[in-house]
Design a protein around this ligand. Sequence first.
Ligand SMILES: O=P(O)(O)OC[C@H]1O[C@H](OP(=O)(O)OP(=O)(O)O)[C@H](O)[C@@H]1O
Ligand SMILES: O=C(O)c1cc(=O)[nH]c(=O)[nH]1
Length: 481
Amino acid sequence: MNFFEKLTQRITNCQSLLILGLDPNPEMMPQGQHTHQEQQSLIIALEKWLKGVIEQTSGLVCAYKPTLGFYEALGSKGLDLLLKVIDAIPDDIPIILDAKHGDINTSTIFAKTIFEQWQVDAVTVSPYAGHDHVAPFLVYPDQGVFVLCHTSNPSAIVLQEYPTDEAPFYLQVIKEARTWATPEQLFLEVGTTNLEVIKKIRSLAPERLLLMRSIWSKGNDIHEILKVALNSTGDGVLIPVPQDCLKSNNLQKDVKNLNQEINEYRQSIAQTSQNCDLWSPNVCLLNSHPHQDLILQLYDIGCLLFGEYVQASGATFSYYIDLRKIISKPQLFHQVLTAYANILKSLNFDRIAGIPYGSLPTATGLSLMLHHPMIYPRKEVKAHGTRRLIEGNFKAGEKVVIVDDILITGKSVKEGAEKLTSSGLVVKDIVVFIDHEQGVKDKLKIEGYNAYSVLTISEITETLYEAGRINEQQYNSFFKH
Ligand SMILES: O=P(O)(O)OC[C@H]1O[C@H](OP(=O)(O)OP(=O)(O)O)[C@H](O)[C@@H]1O
Ligand SMILES: O=C(O)c1cc(=O)[nH]c(=O)[nH]1
């Protein structure tokens, strides 16, 4: 299970978006636990206190966030303490190490230490050294990375807001960081109470999880902050437990009350959300298809066209499905890739091959998402250059999974498979997004290929009809062919 899945599961299980900082800061210890001890006894007191904090809050928070700097400040004993604290955290609670790592020379070794030895689930990084610095963290597909994009420090404004209010540097950080990894691996750290800043971040990166910071300063209405930070389903945000709570003698009760208040507000947002663009009012939620959301979005961006269309096979259908539009909607494209990936994860292969042209972006996305190399059979061999039939490097005997968008007659995937096989590769599995249910899967089976699809044409049409997106005539037009 990767970090994002672990976090999502945890949020669901404990119904909490709260994260708690586990920082050995003597100033934050409740009165009475902290006297002027020698270093040794201070460490013991800190350990006892932090373990007590975990005991009291482990049912109430979705993640813990130890800040590396506080442990480092205690010297070598501090690092021992960090490992003890990590060890005391129950296995199902994700650990986000707040390191704000920013040094390119140490990122590879640091990522190895924290992810492999210390086994933390995620880390915070500073973006200033760019992608080369963050990439060594991203090569761990099961771990998460929070990129710092905005801080609440007053003096940071001159950098963050540079050069103009309309195009400030912190938004450039987000634009850049969004290209580094998927919304399931890369997230944003946002410290601010400025609602306009949060709105700008949310509208630029609606798909990213935000780790909020510094939201508890006096005079701020947390509801106003949540209103702009939460997504339309009332999540997408991690909320820090206020530092002051740690001093409380009623820590458990305080965190519980805070969580309850936040959940009540989340619920009210989810119920009154005005900006949910996935559902039409007449959607029937009973027995809904697990990919209902995806299907409706495909329809809404115009992937389903009605009218007389000639197909690749030469036949004329009264509709056409154009999945090539998906690439222009990154969020939807990511959802589609995730659906393919869920099938690919159960298959055994060395390389992913996309069928040109429609499925080259899909194969590229899956290759990056699943960390498997990509190749592709050319549609036509060029008369110049290398004149290769298969682009990309491979070795004869390697297993290849083919991905394509639509299975209508099966001609395209079969031609692709034959080109790959003639080059010494082994093709057993074919994964498509939509199966037109013309019996092609069975025919492919006879020829030795296992074909899988994310959706069938009838699942799509039934969902659209139930949701009131298509009328009876349009619904019937799918079954004439
Ligand atoms: O099962 P089939 O009957 O072969 O039909 C499905 C194929 O048709 C489309 O490709 P198209 O030939 O339109 O090419 P493109 O991807 O280059 O647009 C689609 O992308 C599939 O590859
Ligand atoms: O060429 C086809 O037959 C075809 C391609 C495609 O992408 N969608 C469709 O409905 N038909």
